[in-house]
Design a protein around this ligand. Sequence first.
Ligand code: PLP
Length: 390
Amino acid sequence: MAFYLDNAATTGIRPSALEVMVPLLAEEFGNPSGAHRMARAANRVLDDARETMAVCLGAEPGEIIFTSGGTEADNLAIHGSLAAQPGIAVCSAIEHHAVLEPVEHTGGRIARVDENGLVDLDHLADCLAGSDDAPISVVSIMLANNETGVIQPLEQIERLVRQLAPGALLHTDAVQAMCWLDVAELTARADLVSVSAHKFGGPKGVGVMVARSGKNIEPLFRGGGQERGRRGGTHNVAGIAAMAVAAEETVAERSAQVPRVSGLRDRLADGIVNTVDGTIETGVSPPESIANNHAKRTNKTANICHLCFADVESEALLFLLEKDDIMASAASSCSSGAIEPSHVLTAMGFDRQLAFGSLRLSLGYGTTEADVEAALTAIPPAVQRLRERA
Ligand code: PLP
């Protein structure tokens, strides 16, 4: 028995997605690059999945590149753009490490964010100054943040990029957005878009990068010419088919899930903020006026309740919560357990001590009232216990 509140780390697979995988692994397992009947059948599965993903993401089928997940798609966006047009990559300070590390590794520029986790547009404008010798090749700003759920103003960012760095490709990491935002509409003017199946009820290890036609990127992997030479490697046919089923279901139920889940999230966040002194909710402006927080959560995805507790260490808190069967995380799952505080909170100006007391409760399509009740029952006394011990 578990109260699972870590859906931003990963979600359980949707039964309909699991159902399509089994026959594709066990019986209809042809390699879509082949020529015989079973290969052609696998190729048709790929074509169908490509069309579905294109509809869900507001793209053309030819603009879909299947990848091994969000990390590969993000790396492809940065390294693929730089290889096609050598120059400078720019991203925000709160990107997932799958974007941040490639940008840092290639000597790129990092734009600051404000205390609410929004990109500082003035600083971004400064970062977009290129030259003939060192043009801006790619700008990567995520649609929704994986720790705080804060949504970036992509439309404004797009206008800035086109004006100040017209030769650059605009990439957005929409990995955390699929369940909660109209990704097709919000990313329509981005050149490159990453999503990952396991965040919306598909399997792990499969994702998509949308690369708009006419936008030139070089492949990360060369090999058998799959994905029209843009991504070599035998396709994960079962995973891709399951991703398409999960995406279709996610988009179809989004308008019902968003109000349901945001209602649960608001109850959870208000319940904790109003009973535990010294709690800061991130991405809610201004942080000190907590009376009417739900009205101010409009700039966050529906599923994320992200809090910082003064005088508490999140590792100890997570340990106590797990004893009550509550699964949560301290920062992004990739960095939980790390000794450094979250780079997202650091970029937002949180002091180290407060950043070490962060807790992310992330809801999903399967979250119920019982999960929220369990968290509301367990968290206030756990925080209290830790403070008494300290
Ligand atoms: N980008 C964001 C915003 C994420 O939250 C994650 C996963 O946590 C990734 C990229 C990486 O995706 P994947 O786990 O599919 O490699």
